[in-house]
Design a protein around this ligand. Structure first.
Ligand code: 5AD
Ligand code: FES
Length: 347
């Protein structure tokens, strides 16, 4: 019965709300088969190649106060830092020598990083490393700002929508943040020709199985090139400190459903998944993911970019993570490649 639904999803790349919900509710019975088919679809479009992205966490200042996030404005225990343009270029240099061909500049919403400053950094990275892609993950900005960043050479933009339900969005964020603006940003980014990444947390407070079925329908409509999902993990200094964490099991099943719904999607096995389960990232690859995003930030600031408790790899040098991941990924039969890893628009 559920096998039939997975086969239908593989064939048609979509299901109805009730079908997605049925699968989610009976995932225990069908998750192994879903992972097997999702990995086969990943192989068809990308082979057994896993792409890496060097993550540079440029600032943990943030003007927002999302209830789940450890670097929210109101967290007085968070020691703030910002990287200078020189620091960022230093990270990129190390990353390039380690084989990275995509750099992700991620940070809180920090007005210190004006369009002018960011455009200068993007142009410099592109000048020094013309064979690399630049991905930004800097939150909500204006259309004109996104346009300037795109014209400076940025290739991709990650902005998780966090939830596709307006009512749920309002339970995760204070009143001054708006679901409509979040979606406006995603559509602006698409219009500007960025490869766009959306995504959500799995098991965030108040999320229902119905919400998750809707996430799959939402992604199908949005057609992002990348989808980032990971389990919600409570952070001790946030209003959500006492909520239960999301699970690896649900995250893995959703990775498979996302791969079958959007066959070409670039899909990371996230650090949060590796935090909630010691083999989370390996299992993510086995469930159909094909991207890893190790940290390139200077070790001195890593522990300060704590979105959630117990984040892994905050004490390790970038080179250590690169070696560690290479070994871990071998166990899945996949291999890490030094490649920009663009979206496969071709076949
Ligand atoms: N648990 C898991 N993921 C989180 N994020 C923020 N806080 C948490 C948390 N407590 C995710 C959000 C954000 C991304 C950068 O990290 O989805 O978009
Ligand atoms: Fe960072 Fe294993 S990936 S130490």
């Amino acid at each position: 019965m559920y096998k039939f639904l997975i086969d239908k999803l593989e064939r048609e790349n979509s299901l109805t709300f009730n079908e997605y919900l049925d699968l989610i509710q009976h995932r225990e019975q069908i998750c192994d088969y879903a992972a097997e088919r999702a990995a086969a679809v990943r192989d068809k479009y990308y082979g057994k190649r896993v792409f890496t992205r060097g993550l540079i966490e440029l600032s943990n200042y943030c003007k927002n106060d999302c209830y789940y996030c450890g670097i929210r404005r109101s967290n007085k225990n968070c020691e703030r830092y910002r990287l200078t343009a020189e620091d960022i270029l230093e990270c990129a240099k190390e990353g390039y020598s380690l084989g990275f061909r995509t750099f992700v500049l991620q940070g809180g919403e920090d007005s210190y990083y004006t369009d002018e400053l960011l455009c200068g950094i993007i142009r410099e990275i592109k000048r020094l490393y013309p064979d690399c892609a630049v991905t930004l993950s800097l939150g909500e900005r204006s259309y004109d700002s996104y346009k300037a960043l795109r014209e400076a050479g940025a290739d991709r933009y990650l902005l998780r929508h966090e939830t596709c339900s307006k009512a749920h969005y309002e339970k995760l964020h204070p009143d001054n943040m708006s679901f409509e603006n979040r979606l406006r940003c995603l559509y602006d980014l698409k219009r500007l020709g960025f490869q766009v990444g959306a995504g959500f947390m799995v098991g965030s407070p108040y999320q229902t199985e119905e919400d998750l079925a809707n996430e799959l329908l939402f992604l199908k409509r949005l057609q992002p090139q990348m989808v980032g999902i990971g389990p919600f993990i409570a952070h001790r200094d946030t209003p959500f400190k006492d909520f239960e964490n999301g699970t690896a099991e649900m995250t893995l099943f959703l990775l498979s459903l996302i791969r079958l719904t959007l066959p070409r999607v670039l899909l990371p096995a996230t650090t949060a998944l590796g935090t909630i389960h010691p083999l989370g990232r390996e299992m993510g690859i086995e469930a159909g993911a094909n991207v890893l995003m190790p940290n390139l930030s200077p070790t001195a600031v890593r522990k300060k970019y704590m979105l959630y408790d117990n984040k892994i790899c905050t004490g390790d040098e970038a080179a250590q993570c690169v070696n560690c991941l290479a070994n871990r990924i071998k166990s899945t039969g996949c291999e890490i490649v030094n490649d920009r890893g663009d979206y496969n628009y071709e076949i």
